[in-house]
Design a protein around this ligand. Sequence first.
Ligand code: NOS
Length: 536
Amino acid sequence: MTLLDEYYCKRTQLIADDRALRVDVVNADRFSEKSRQADVILRRIREEEAKSIWAVEHEDVPHPFPGMEFLTGKDIILKTQLFNIITKMPKGALLHVHLDLTVNGNTLLALALQHSSIHIRASARVTPDSIKSVEIEFRPLPPSFVPQCISLCLPTYRSGQWIPLRRAREQFDAALGGTQGFDCWVASCLTINPSDAYVTHNNNIRIWDKFRVAATLTSNLVYFAPVWRAYIRQFLEETIADGVSYVEARINFSPKYMIGPDGEQNVPHKEWLSMFQDVLVEFNGDLRAQGREDEFIGAKIIYTVIRNCEPEELEWYLNDCIEMKKFFPSIIAGFDLVGDENILRPLKDYLPQLLSFSTLQTSQGLPEHHHIPFIFHAGETTGDGSMADENLYDALLLGTKRIGHGFSLAKHPMLMSMCRERGVALEVCPISNEILRLTASMPMHPLPILINHGVPVALSSDDPSLFQNMGLSFDFFQVLAASDVTGLLTLGHIARDSIQYSMLTADEKARATLKWEERWERFVDEIVEFDGVRRN
Ligand SMILES: O=c1[nH]cnc2c1ncn2[C@@H]1O[C@H](CO)[C@@H](O)[C@H]1O
């Protein structure tokens, strides 16, 4: 054997040994032969489309590439066969989504327009010059309110005057596009646009400013009882249509009341959840009537509070969460603190309260098997040793069942092995991470590193109303497009495991997994069959 032959032998062996540890290889035997064929087909389509679609220029999208910035590349994604196939994939559980940031701006506006009590105001008269910079706000007002102006665009409009939303729309200046212009403008205020994410707010610190403005504006419309019901229904319908069969959604309970039909801020948390429960019952009934009950396992809520409250005040919320668990034992699935970890309070600030949560639950009479687990956001940062990064230590020490984001976990070998050993899954939100500027594009995302090291993950959408990634297809697509490690088998493995990492009971998980497996087999059958037809 020559020196070169010997080298090639070693090289081949090393590659084989390394590949054997790759997540798609490790998990290959969990899948059927058809699944493996479908994986090969999708790899082929991915390669073809990398050339035929992503390597050519598109109008308005210079230099595209697979896994590129989502807001810029979305229209191209929609043209791919790969995406079309992924929309049909059974996705399992959606475990990280902020319910009040799910339904897209146009749909939310349409819901809001059904209610004459909803008003809008602006920081200045809206003109072609001011439209890009005026700040707006929505609010349902009591029937007794008498508006002083009927259009945001009149010279007589004074900053801060409330105008009925419908009137504001009808009277929107023709020079600004009339009603259509109004709809586009409002919808754009409710989302993050490519120029926000990639130009004006192009890093993880700045983008939160835009995030806060859009999220606050959205909550003005969502936290209104008559909209709330329709909103939840809309969210569930769109989510299920995308192949998700179970949801654990976070609700921001920081506001103690939402606005009721009378325009007063007087609807307590118990009512929010009671409406949620009603919608669920109704939705289940409708699915059953359509013979679609197999598509939906259910939905639960993770109680969240913004991490800016005083530690003493957190006690009120922890008690409230326990109270809600008593009223809705099958709905409340966990507790979490949310908001920008870079600047808001770290978990460490709340240790006395969080450490006594378990005894508090016992003393409030919650049986052990109904105790509310922590499911903390942590490490949603590019920082290393920063406050946000250190949240990972506290989340794990406090016994979190999963980690929301955990973006910085890949920098911590010991924490990675803790997650692996304890089965603590990361709720990875690929598109959110990219738009919030933790990674510039998907090929740079640490996901393949994490999964090859055996860290359990579930893919999630986070804030679809802001990011335009409703359902899970877009996030699965971005992951599929970005790395060789994440072929169809890896996506399937992640989707199936999402049920295991949910807060369902062991029995429920077993049933949900069976249903998922049936759907998966039908899905891969179709891919293989269709490919046969296409090639003949
Ligand atoms: O990616 C995220 N990281 C942390 N907090 C978030 C994220 N997305 C949304 N929220 C928080 O959840 C609230 C809505 O329920 C938002 O207002 C924001 O504070």
